[in-house]
Design a protein around this ligand. Structure first.
Ligand SMILES: Nc1ncnc2c1ncn2[C@@H]1O[C@H](COP(=O)(O)OP(=O)(O)OP(=O)(O)O)[C@@H](O)[C@H]1O
Length: 259
């Protein structure tokens, strides 16, 4: 399997001088084409910061992030557009949508950006409306969701729209950062099933950040464990769950009785 996204000796420091803090410390991690890689570790271990470096929301102080052979960290010009092939979905979709735009307008913006990135002709409004209906259907939302405002949707529906917006970009990689943590338990499963199904159908790779090891076991092919900014262990999910190599991983697993 080829590597889609590579974190190559990435370190990320917040702040400067004596108040600086190294949130990620020399992490090398490879996301293979078509796989779901879980990223686990206690709160503050640097999981989100690492992922954010792949979409330009954090800048590596050392090392680089590489997408299909091309560096996308420190991106300029064409690589900024290329970086949109990595899409991040956040815990709280409420804050990621422009509150003054309808869902249809937000999805349209994502579609237009994807066509611009690929250098393909931007389809006429009618054809884009059809694409938006298809996207909504793909995430099991009714077509009239396009006319609604973000605040008119439930948390689960908003997260489905966030997934639709991510796939509108025809991503090579999706970074899912605690995407069900803010949802009611009753809807968490359906959003996860949806994402897993889309991942299989569309073939993107996914970095799946979660506190919830039970969910990680269900969703992920491999799992990586971070502690205090460093990577402590990475392996096949079942191997890591059943034969953890590191004491810290053992502690994480022991904290989840259902495992
Ligand atoms: N913008 C920032 N400025 C300064 N420090 C930050 C910033 N963002 C995160 N940090 C710090 O960096 C460390 C890593 O945070 P990060 O959010 O990456 O961890 P995490 O493993 O994703 O945690 P969580 O699961 O709680 O989201 C934490 O100590 C956090 O307080």
């Amino acid at each position: 399997m080829s590597n889609q996204l590579v974190f190559d000796s990435v370190s990320i420091t917040y702040g400067h001088g004596i108040s600086s803090f190294k949130a990620v410390n020399d992490v090398s991690l490879e996301l293979r084409a078509g796989e779901v890689l879980g990223l686990v570790g206690e709160s503050g271990s640097g999981k989100s910061t690492l992922a954010r470096a792949a979409v330009g929301l954090a800048e590596p102080s050392d090392g680089r992030v590489v997408l299909e052979g091309s560096e996308i960290s420190h991106a300029r010009g064409k690589m900024l557009r290329e970086r949109r092939r990595v899409q991040m979905i956040f815990q709280d979709p409420q804050s990621c949508f422009n509150p003054r735009r309808t869902i249809g307008q937000s999805l349209d913006e994502a579609l237009v950006a994807a066509h611009k990135r690929d250098g393909s002709a931007i389809p006429a409004v009618r054809a884009r409306k059809d694409e938006i209906s298809n996207l909504l259907r793909a995430v099991a939302l009714p077509a009239d969701t396009a006319q609604r405002m973000p605040t008119q949707l439930s948390g689960g529906q908003r997260q489905r729209v966030a997934v639709a917006r991510a796939i509108a970009a025809k991503p090579a990689v999706i970074l899912a950062d605690e995407i069900t943590s803010a949802l009611d338990v009753s809807v968490q499963g359906s959003v996860l099933n949806l994402l897993k199904q889309l991942q299989r159908d569309l073939g993107f790779s996914m970095l799946f950040i979660s506190h919830n090891l039970a969910v990680v076991r269900l969703v992920c092919d491999r799992v990586a464990v971070m502690r205090q900014g460093s990577l402590v262990e990475v392996g096949e999910t079942l191997d890591v769950m059943h034969e953890p190599q590191h004491d810290y991983t053992r502690e994480l697993i022991a904290a989840v009785p259902t495992l």
